[in-house]
Ligand binder design. Structure first.
Ligand code: NAP
Ligand code: ZN
Ligand code: ZN
Length: 355
């Protein structure tokens, strides 16, 4: 017997998401079964549904910002009890033995971490399906504990947008006195501003969108630079210790590099692929500047983030949608028209579920 679930899936890179019935595995001894309450909509869901990264295996049930309650536990589960408020992010497993796994960096597992969707389970070799669905089964070691004091509707984005920006902020030791810039005010960008601000940094937003200035200030940005304005770009030369680039599409990073201070770092978290135009090395060499990349965050680090958000009352700014509105939400996200994360109320799927 397995667990019947209703989700929304893309059947190909050109078809809209539509209802899809599938089965979750029966609980293994270390598994928990989670009744999904809310699921965030990440730009990666759109990339994967459209096969932008050329590895999509259909049908795809996206969703890796999952918050729900535990409704059943396997007989060896020790960390969670029925009723616990929990989250699942971008990974559901990894080899657990390689050096990155041993160091809490499962996202860099040498055998490849198992993605929450569009992955293959290490044991039964079945495809993984994500959070645009009513229930999920996950090993307790990849389940996070969600602070009960937060508004849970606005918590899901912490599990990808939050951790993906938190991890570089921590890795590059951002704190009081740091000067951080964020490129792009979307899901990741708005979390980066909130988190960098809460860590005590001076925060600047680079945006193309003048209409986001007031929002950026409210979110915690000290300065806003219109990236299309040459004078404004000139005024921040040699300024930032760390730039977090969240832009999802190919773009020219050469104008940003000289805004790094001596030994500063620009870290990509958004665009995955070949840059164009190419990087001109002159301002890298003359300022001992670095270009880096960063992927989501480890399980321990994600728990650290959730606890930090619990203490500092930090959640995402969200727009709640019904599951049936997902295709329209994808189109709006493509046009940077979301303030600042869509979250799906999974109740909208449960009322139509017939099992
Ligand atoms: P999003 O909500 O769509 O936000 C992206 C923002 O980037 C937009 O709001 C826009 O901000 C700016 N932007 C969009 N197109 C641009 C362009 N052509 N040139 C310059 N700026 C542009 O997306 P998201 O959910 O934050 O995700 C961002 C990217 O991160 C996606 O590619 C996603 O796949 C990736 N991602 C990576 C990881 C990781 O582990 N590294 C994890 C999660 C997501 P303005 O209007 O302010 O310019
Ligand atoms: Zn994501
Ligand atoms: Zn590993």
């Amino acid at each position: 017997m397995s667990i019947k679930v209703l989700g929304f899936a893309a059947e190909s890179n050109t078809t809209p998401l539509a209802p899809y019935y599938f089965e979750r595995r029966d609980l293994r001894p270390d598994d928990v079964l989670i009744d999904i309450l809310y699921s965030g909509v990440c730009h990666s869901d759109l990339h994967q549904a459209r096969n932008d990264w050329h590895g999509s295996q259909y049908p795809i049930v996206p969703g890796h910002e999952i918050v729900g309650r535990v409704v059943a536990v396997g007989n060896q589960v020790t960390k969670f009890q029925v009723g616990a408020l929990v989250g699942v992010g971008c990974m559901v497993d990894s080899c657990r033995e390689c050096s990155p796994c041993q160091h809490g960096l499962e996202q860099y597992c040498e055998e490849g971490c198992i993605q929450t969707y569009n992955g293959t389970d290490r044991h039964d070799h079945r495809p993984t399906y994500g959070g645009y669905s009513t229930r999920i089964v996950c090993s307790e070691d990849f389940v996070l504990s969600v602070p009960e004091n937060l508004d849970i509707k606005a918590v899901p984005p912490l599990l990808c947008a939050g951790i993906t920006t938190w991890s570089p902020l921590r890795h590059w030791n951002v704190g009081q006195g740091s000067k951080v810039a964020v490129i792009g005010l979307g899901g990741l960008g708005h979390m980066a501003i909130k988190l960098a601000h809460a860590l005590g940094a001076e925060v600047t937003l680079f945006t193309r969108s003048l209409n986001k200035v007031e929002d950026a200030k409210r979110l915690g940005a000290d300065h806003i630079v219109l990236s299309t304005d040459i004078e404004q770009m000139q005024a921040v030369q040699n300024h930032f210790d760390l730039i977090i680039d969240t832009v999802p599409n190919v773009h020219d990073i050469n104008p940003y590099v000289p805004t790094l201070t001596l030994s500063g770092t620009l870290v990509f978290v958004g665009f995955l692929g070949e840059l164009a135009p190419m990087i001109n090395t002159v301002s890298l060499i003359l300022g001992r500047r670095s270009i880096a990349g960063s992927a989501i965050g480890g399980i321990q680090e994600t728990q650290e983030l959730l606890d930090f958000c619990g203490e500092h009352q930090i959640t995402a700014d969200i727009e709640m949608i019904q599951m049936q509105e997902i295709n329209e939400a994808f189109t709006r996200m493509e046009h940077s028209d979301v303030k600042y994360r869509f979250v799906i109320d999974m109740q909208s799927l449960k009322v139509t579920e017939t099992v």
